[in-house]
Design a protein around this ligand. Structure first.
Ligand code: FMN
Length: 189
């Protein structure tokens, strides 16, 4: 039996990322976001959703640039800290020990400890209600060499991304490999 519930955001899981922003005259900041997703392949576009009351929202609207940094499971405490403390009065780089590294195309830095970094420039924004959707064009991507195989492709041997489970409010480390794109060749047995 199914139980019909009121509308909610129970899309389980979602990615959890650390987004860096920087104002014109202010130091960089980190915000943890779970309302995030790829929107288009060519050009590569990513959507991030931020509430107008966030410090990051203000910074983002000064430069219209941001970096999506994908954390490894051992960064979970920093992920949570950056999701409960505001950069308005705290330097989250100092608080977490994360290191800001110069980006190649944008003003906000990338986070050195995150194995993947996506440098983005906002091409559109849309007020949706509680959150504003920022559509970012991905301008450059960084892969830490430790997560690449001998052919330079990403492997998940040494990289465990984190998922967020809305509703449950848990963080989960990405687990067991159970298949791959197209492995069934369209057959059920
Ligand atoms: C797991 C998690 C996911 C979050 N996702 C979002 C989100 O998608 N959008 C948002 O505006 N805030 C989100 N937050 C809340 C912000 O990260 C939080 O309010 C943060 O302290 C704001 O930082 P800032 O004021 O320095 O920008 C999330 C927090 C956590 C812990």
């Amino acid at each position: 039996m199914k139980r019909i519930q009121p509308p909610s955001t129970d899309l389980i899981p979602t990615p959890v990322v650390m987004v860096t922003t920087q104002g014109r005259e202010t130091p960089p900041n980190i915000i943890t976001l779970a309302w995030v997703g790829i929107l288009n392949s060519d050009p590569p576009l990513i959507g991030i959703n931020i509430k107008p009351e966030r410090h990051s929202y203000r910074l983002l609207r000064e430069t219209w640039e941001f970096c999506v940094n994908i954390p490894h499971r051992d960064m979970i405490r920093a992920v949570d800290v950056c999701g409960v403390v505001s950069g308005k009065d705290t330097d989250k780089f100092a608080l977490t020990g994360l290191e800001a590294q110069k980006a190649s195309k944008i003003t906000p830095p990338i986070i050195r400890q995150c194995p993947i970094n996506l440098e983005c420039r906002v091409m559109n924004s849309l007020d949706l209600g509680s959150h504003t959707l920022f559509v970012g064009r991905i301008l450059a991507v960084h892969h830490d060499e430790t997560i690449l195989d001998e052919k330079g492709k990403i492997t998940l041997e040494h990289f465990t991304p984190i998922a967020y489970c809305p509703g449950v409010r848990d963080y989960r480390a990405l687990g067991e490999k159970i298949g791959w794109y197209g492995f069934t060749k369209g057959k059920m047995s």
